[in-house]
Each structure stands twice: as C-alpha cells, then as structure tokens.
Design a protein around this ligand. Sequence first.
Ligand code: CMC
Length: 392
Amino acid sequence: TGTVTYDPGFANTASLKSDITYIDGDAGVLRYRGYDIEELTEKSTFVEVAYLLIYGELPTPDQLAAWDARLRRHTLLHEDMRRFFQAFPYDAHPMPMVSASIAAMSTFYQDSLSVHDEEQIDLSTVRLLAKMPTIAAFAHRKAQGLPVVFPDNDLGLVENFLRVNFGFPSEQYEIDPLAAKALDQLFILHADHEQNCSTSTVRLVGSSQANLYQSISAGINALAGPLHGGANSAVLEMLEDIKASDDGAKSFMERVKNKEDGVRLMGFGHRVYKNYDPRAAIIKKTADEVLEKLGGNDELLDLAKSIEEIALADDYFVERKLYPNVDFYTGLIYKALGFPTNMFTVLFAVGRLPGWIAQWREMITDPETKIGRPRQIYTGSGLRQYTQLHER
Ligand code: CMC
C-alpha cells in the first residue's frame, strides 16, 4: 500500500538498517563494524574477522581461543554427505556442488529448522563456518578427479583449507606460510559487503524464516552469476582470451567501449564504488608479492595492469566512474596458489560466508524485519476473455 516507487535493481532503496558494514562509495571506504578494511587485513585474521562480523566486537584472547577451538571441532562432514561428491557428475562445476551441499545440511541437522533458538543458531553458525571449507575442497577435488583429503583439526581454518585442497599425500604436504597469509587476507577482504546481490538474497530468503542453511545456499547461487562473484573467474578467462588473440588489449577495449556483443570489462565497475575499490587496491599489492614469490603468471598480471592503465585514462571509463573492483586481481592470486579457474567463485563464497551469517542473524533478530516482498509496476494486458482451445 502507499505509493509504489519504480527502482530497478533497488539502486536507491534501503530496505533495512544495519550495524555491520559501512561503505562510502565515493571516497572508497569499507569498514566492518567500524574497523577499516586496510587495518583488518594488516592486523587481524579471517577467523577473528568472522567473530567480529557475527558478534559485533573483537574477541578477547579467551573468546578467540574458544571460537577457534569450536571451529576446529566441526570440520568433518557426515559420511553420507561425503558420498554426494561421488554422485555428482565427474565434470560438474564446483559452485553448484557447494550450494547443493549447504542446502543438504538442513537434512543432516534437522534441529536447525527453528529459527528462534539462539543456541541452535550459534551451532548452525559454527557448523557452516567449519564445514564450508571442507565442502569447497571436496568439490574442488571431485571436479579435478582427485581423491579427497580429510581435515586435520590441529590446523587453523585457512591452513586446513589449503591442506584439504592440496594436501595429497598428506604426510608429505607442507603448508606455505605465504599462501596461507595471502588466502587469509583475501578471505578477510571478501567477508562482507553490505546489501550486494547474494547478501540481499540471503536476507530475502531468510525473511520468510527459512533457516540459515537454506538462506545461505540461495546466496551461493546468487553469487555464482558473472555480474557478481562469477566475475573473478570471468576476468581470468578474459585475460587468457586477450593473450591468445592477435588483437591485444587495445582492440579488446574498443570492443568494450562499442558494447560489441554486450562485452564488458570484467572486474571493472561497481554499483556502489564510484572510486577505486579499496579491496582492489590491497589485492593488487598482494598479487605482486604472491606472483613474485610463488611464481605465478606474470604475463597475465602485466596484461591486467596495462588494461587498468588504459581504462583509467579513457573517457568511457572515466565518465562512468569505472574502476577495478575486488574481482579484477584475485584470480591471478588464486591461480598462483594452484586453484583451477572454476574454483575462484567458490573461494569468494568461503570468504563471504561470515558476512552472510552476520546479516542473516541481524535480520532474524531485528524487530523491524518484515518478509521481503517488493512491489511491481504491472505492464501486461488488461482483462481478456478466455478462448476455448478448439477456437484458437
Ligand atoms: N565494462 C564496460 N562498461 C561497463 C562496465 C564494465 N565492466 N560496468 C558498467 N559499464 C557501463 C554500462 O554499460 C553503463 O553504460 P551506459 O550508461 O552507456 O549504458 C554504465 O557503465 C553503468 O553501468 P550499469 O550496468 O548501469 O551499472 P550497475 O551498477 O547496474 O552494474 C556491475 C554494476 C558491477 C554489475 C557492472 O559494473 C558490471 O557488469 N561489471 C562487470 C562485472 C563485474 O566485474 N562484477 C563484479 C562486481 S564487484 C563484486 C562482486 O559482486 O563480485
């Protein structure tokens, strides 16, 4: 009821109040619970940032130790769930394997169906954060036709994640501290970004009082699209295509500007940032360090940098305030760490998980939450008379 406003993509509509993440898109500022992203990536860890996002405060040493211990205790998957990974087609993309597995958690943890029990929500929170890295890695191993590696609860979340992805045979596997540090930092940078498409999806699904697993599985599907999280793998494919073609970066950019076949410069532009995405600035530095030390593909990094340079000096991009976003440089790092391109968006999902959980929890406890139910402007035909099939 009341006046219905036409606002495609909710570009100008705030449908909730939130204490979690602050973005100033013109100034290029991003803060979680008031802390600048630059400071968090430098001084904090992903496990601590997850706590901060979900509970609102930095943990004390005791709280952090208890949190870390709880996360380590829940990394294993139910044996029946492990069998999913045998049943998925051998060439399945890991992203739908992950969303299907998260949805299936409602079947293994049926106590989660009540959404008003705080202790239960806490248990679902821990189960999700602890099992998501295992699920992601099992999907990776399946998509590569490799045997799974079981988690080792002596390891922290990010180290364990590297192990379950790459630690075969496990006795010989050594975790590279630089890889662990880079991944930890990338997860922090992805951990929340207020009301983006996947987070809005989590909240919208959850607003019907669907449980955490159902809501987050929906968020993972929303993240999969190339205009959202899927952009990180699309960037790498784009760079590889440009490198393989005879035409080079300049002619690719002409195609983008002429909107030929709807081609866009992937990893550029953002609904909210009309300035350099602060995450991209940090990631660009990390890409330099990681590729130098782990020996990634420098040629692709150079190509990405030259494309950025062309774009930032070109009127088309300047007028539209299009800058590199979080997805522009991440793929190059993931590749250098050994992940295949189809895992990039899964890595985004592992990082974004604490944000989705924090947002869902804020939504479910907010007395002002209403079921999400946008309005529309009807543009179809007026009343029509039904014609019998034989008369048509
Ligand atoms: N390449 C070329 N032109 C672009 C691009 C791009 N990447 N992004 C926007 N534009 C143009 C667009 O064609 C339009 O031009 P015009 O006014 O002449 O029609 C203008 O800029 C405004 O674009 P829009 O589509 O109205 O902007 P939006 O806020 O709806 O879309 C976006 C934001 C992120 C979907 C878009 O910039 C895009 O498609 N970028 C490429 C995909 C990408 O990198 N996505 C990742 C986003 S960041 C984090 C994440 O979600 O993963």
